[in-house]
Design a protein around this ligand. Structure first.
Ligand code: NAD
Length: 494
């Protein structure tokens, strides 16, 4: 794809291969658009198949260069330095992330950028305290044997990322990959290439050897994403994105039997019991539905509320939704745009379909009036529905917008069955002041993560991932080490 040169373009966003910035060798590029205005603000230089092969070759070579002989302690120091440098340059990362996503600065400065630094710092700590196992036992000849494990880097890791929390979700994988001694080739989303590219500068500044961290820009099929995931010198693929993309990547990973770790889509339920603290539940769930304009894999698009408090809860969520101001940049209640015109069209299709499927639109459902520079941005109204059947596609498919359907329930068993009746299994939240019920219902959820009286409260040492079509494997704390290392058992006859 070639960009439209008549548009205002200020930035060149380059690939980062073997420690240096490069245009694509095929001469291709595509526009970088600010979703808050709809205007082109940069040119992304697309990696050709040869560029992707170069990046993988650089990563493979780096495994055998100075990086390959670093001790854990040396790597930990370098990785902590990456965290410090992200913090020192947080204004640059903030500007890049806001330009790519249009998200409120307040969201990026409180979530995206600090979490990215924390991702490196936490895995630097985890690797130093990595547990191993040792067994001493009898052998058939009456002697003894000592068995113990060592962990080795897996090799070249391909990291394929989405656009909703670009730097945060990428560093969640780059941090442990490097801590374990791997090298990486990152394919950021075509919508949000800036922070991945900027991180190359940080790697050079702190002295990460060339070839350890590489970035290739482009799309999925027949572009950088597919070139990378089908490269035979990639030893493992970690991917965050849509379930359908995970299926396509899994087919590529099957060739050569390469390992995968997948964090995929969801249609997450929230359950509010009549004994919940209403203020906390409304506050938590309005964040869970509307934060990042609903573009959060952990967001709640299905909200089940016990019938006796249903009307009161719906009224409170309506007020909360109407408190968000799409396009009112600078306002503390600013609701950012969706990532692209294409995604806005998809969300609008679901808004129309909800009505066709019998929803009562409690609030929203349309495109807001936005004036000034943001008039071309990709905004939609925060939206709440009631009256949708469990079988409605709007209640079954991931929309990834600022919207939810609220449904009444009468019993605990009924709501557990409703919540679990989905092919997805990423997360859930349960809201109740009854301690026993909180534990019981959380344990009954068929998900990777369940919150009680909270949402998106993360301790990075815990396992994160989804069951069913929401993912394969768990990352976080020592769980990340399972994917980013090969475990060797050593057996010594004593
Ligand atoms: P996406 O699957 O469209 O794209 C993700 C990445 O995959 C992009 O870099 C894209 O270029 C690349 N890609 C697309 N097709 C490919 C192919 N055939 N081969 C190789 N690479 C390919 O996802 P998105 O729209 O960027 O992100 C939104 C999705 O991500 C939602 O479904 C959301 O739930 C999910 N998500 C999940 C988590 C989680 O932790 N489970 C976190 C964030 C987002």
């Amino acid at each position: 794809m070639t960009c439209d040169a008549s548009l205002a373009v200020t930035d060149n966003i380059l690939n980062f291969i073997d420690g240096a910035y490069r245009e694509g060798s095929g001469g291709e590029s595509f526009p970088n658009v600010n979703p808050a205005t709809g205007l082109q603000i940069g040119i992304v230089h697309e990696a050709s198949e040869a560029d992707v092969a170069d990046a993988v070759a650089a990563a493979k070579a780096a495994l055998h260069g100075p990086w390959g002989s670093t001790t854990t302690e040396e790597r930990v120091k370098l990785i902590a330095a990456v965290a410090n440098e992200i913090e020192r340059r947080s204004d640059d990362f903030l500007a890049a992330e806001v330009a790519d996503t249009g998200k409120p600065r307040q969201v990026a400065s409180h979530i995206d950028i600090p979490r990215s630094a924390a991702n490196f710092r936490m895995f630097a700590d985890v690797i130093l305290t990595m547990p191993g196992e040792t067994f001493r036992g009898p052998t058939p000849d009456g002697g003894q044997a000592l068995n113990y494990t060592v962990r080795r880097p897996k090799g070249v890791i391909a990291i394929v990322c989405p656009w909703n929390f670009p730097l945060l979700l990428m560093t969640w994988k780059v941090g442990p990959a490097l801590a374990c001694g791997n090298t990486v080739v990152v394919k950021p989303s075509e919508e949000t290439p800036r922070t991945a590219a900027l991180l190359g500068e940080v790697m050079n500044t702190v002295g990460i050897p060339r070839g350890v961290y590489n970035v290739v820009h482009g799309f999925g099929p027949d572009s950088a994403g597919e070139f990378l995931t089908s490269n035979p010198d990639v030893d493992g693929i970690t991917f965050t994105g849509e379930t359908a993309t995970g299926e396509a990547i899994m087919q590529k990973a099957a060739v050569g039997v390469r390992d995968i770790s997948f964090e995929l889509g969801g249609k997450n339920p929230a359950i509010v019991f009549a004994d919940a603290d209403m203020d906390k539940a409304v506050e938590g769930l309005s964040r869970s539905v509307f934060l990042n304009t609903g573009q959060v894999c952990l967001g709640s698009e299905r909200v089940y509320v016990e019938r006796t408090i249903f009307d009161a809860f719906v009224e409170r969520m309506k007020k909360a939704a109407e408190g968000f101001k799409p396009g009112a940049s600078g306002d503390p209640a600013y609701l950012g745009p969706l990532i692209s015109a294409e995604h806005r069209d998809k969300v609008q299709r679901y808004y129309r379909r909800a009505v066709e499927e019998g929803a009562t639109v409690v609030t929203g459902g349309g495109v807001p009036e936005v004036s000034g520079n943001q008039a071309g941005g990709f905004y939609v109204e925060p939206t709440v529905w009631t009256g949708l059947a469990h079988s409605a596609s709007v209640m079954r498919e991931e929309i990834f917008g600022p919207c939810c359907g609220i449904v009444p329930f009468d019993s605990e068993d009924e709501v557990i069955a409703l919540a679990n009746d989905t092919p997805y299994g990423l997360c859930a939240s349960v809201w109740t002041e009854n301690l026993s019920r909180g534990h019981r219902v959380a344990a009954a959820m068929d998900v990777g993560v369940c919150w009680v009286n909270s949402w998106f409260l993360r301790d990075l040492r815990t396992a994160f991932g989804g069951s069913g079509q929401s993912g394969i494997g768990r990352e976080g704390g020592v769980h990340s080490l399972e994917f980013y290392t090969e475990l060797t058992n050593i057996c010594v006859k004593l």
